[in-house]
Design a protein around this ligand. Sequence first.
Ligand code: DGY
Length: 309
Amino acid sequence: MIPVNSVLQVGHFPEIMQAEIDCRLTPTRYLDLSAPIPAGNFEAILIRSNTKLLESLIKQIPSIRLVATCGVGFDNLPLSYLKENGIKASNTPGVLNDAVCELAIGMMLSLMRRIPESQEYVKSTAWSQVPFQLTSTLAGKCVGIAGMGRIGQDLARRLEPFKVKLAYSGPHPKAVPYTYYKDIVDLAAASDVLFLACPATSDTDNLIDAKVLDALGSHGYLINIARGSVVDEEALLYALQHKKIAGAALDVFNHEPNPNSAFFKLDNVLLTPHIGSATLETRIAMTNLAVDNLEAFFAQQPLPSEVHY
Ligand code: DGY
């Protein structure tokens, strides 16, 4: 049982998620973050991964002992401050793998086969003049995955039936049957398609720079389902504008929801509005896992998905 007035909900949740929360607890809602923090005996914060939790905010509520973020990524949290102050954090891993991997594969196929453009081709009746351009087959290619964590491994397993070779990079080799490259440049050089499925940390900040894009080469495709910060966007724009790579499918950007508009002018991109986990089933499961963590915390039980930072 979660005591009344003990959970502060920081920021808006979409209606369907809010309804799910409200079935299980009654958080105090703090929606306008420029307004003063509501009064309460708050021990926990509930937040979404697209809302940044400022250190200046949490400092004003020294009674907080847990931050439950609804999302697998926790780059929205002030981790050093939480660590220094013994504040726990939880996230929602696992329950969004299906949705994220399904989108990732859809983005890859749409980009390589130019599915959105081909629909426009039919609708504009251009088809009656000249057949649509030829595109690229995936089978036989090498698919690289930067980040062989939960999502990376799930993605790799789903890609196996596509008759591709699989390779990956990350800080350490994992017990998976795919070729490991320590260096992302080597992975890019070996890959025809490079997925980004790594967390946003100081180690992965601008991981994909001009050198990596050059290594990926003019026949290579980049798919980003991780975070915008993993890519040096200026370098990517240059590579796309000058056809240094074949194309990019981006679900995440440095500036959301207003990405750099230079991307909109390109014909070798597929852009989606950070919808990796945006299915009804997934958002409900994420919300429930975030609330499970809150309940476990107040019941003094181990958290189902504690972030060990
Ligand atoms: C996550 O869970 O971190 C996703 O990016 C949210 O959609």
